[in-house]
Design a protein around this ligand. Structure first.
Ligand code: GRF
Length: 193
């Protein structure tokens, strides 16, 4: 399966995915890493690993114009699967529809709890004892699609959003590659790691 990955920043999830796909036995191969920020650190890392990259700035562009530009390199790469990995732009229903059933996202909470931003602080403030991350199919409703995988971590006394985020990120880097391996073979059963 041909995989395109969309990032907005450092791309640590993207790197974990590329590292796993570099294993010989993987059913997927990366064909593009694209970002809405030309300065995203992940672009240089992807390029150094030999993966084609594209940067389309969203700045100053209406959402539809930005997405029309972003679609060009994506469609040219002919991906079978689109992975959002630290991609921080909300995509229109039209864009999502183009990739319905084959676009995944990783979200740093145990969905359906805490869709949106500041997930770790919200879990701490709520007095939760567990947090985690979710890989889900992307649908027009933000952070709401069918769940393909989840991983849990404990919330410890004295945790800050930063310490919790770091603990969750370790699980993100395990979960996303594991879900992609399963998804790329056509298996949709949720992975509860
Ligand atoms: C991570 O917390 C991820 O859950 C969220 O974006 C953050 C940064 O991801 N989607 P990355 O390091 O750019 O992959």
């Amino acid at each position: 399966a041909r995989v395109a990955i969309l990032i907005s920043g450092g791309g640590s999830n993207m790197l974990a995915l590329l590292a796993d796909m570099a294993q010989g036995d993987h059913p997927a191969t990366p064909v593009l890493v694209a970002s809405n920020d030309p300065l995203a650190g992940g672009l240089a890392k992807a390029a150094s690993l030999g993966v084609p990259t594209a940067a389309v700035s969203h700045r100053g562009l209406a959402r539809d114009a930005f997405e029309a530009s972003l679609l060009e390199p994506i469609l040219a790469a002919k991906p079978d699967i689109l992975l959002l990995a630290g991609f921080m732009r909300v995509l229109t229903p039209g864009f999502v529809h183009r990739f319905a059933g084959r676009m995944l996202n990783i979200h740093p909470s145990l969905l359906p709890k805490y869709p949106g931003l500041h997930t770790h602080q919200r879990a701490i403030d709520a007095g939760d004892t567990q947090a985690g991350c979710t890989v889900h199919l992307v649908t027009p409703v933000l952070d709401d699609g069918p769940i393909l995988g989840q991983a849990c971590v404990p919330i410890l006394a004295g945790d800050t959003a930063g310490t919790l985020a770091a603990r969750v990120l370790v699980q993100e880097h395990r979960l996303y590659p594991a879900v992609l391996r399963r998804f790329a073979t056509g298996d949709r059963t949720p992975l509860l790691a």
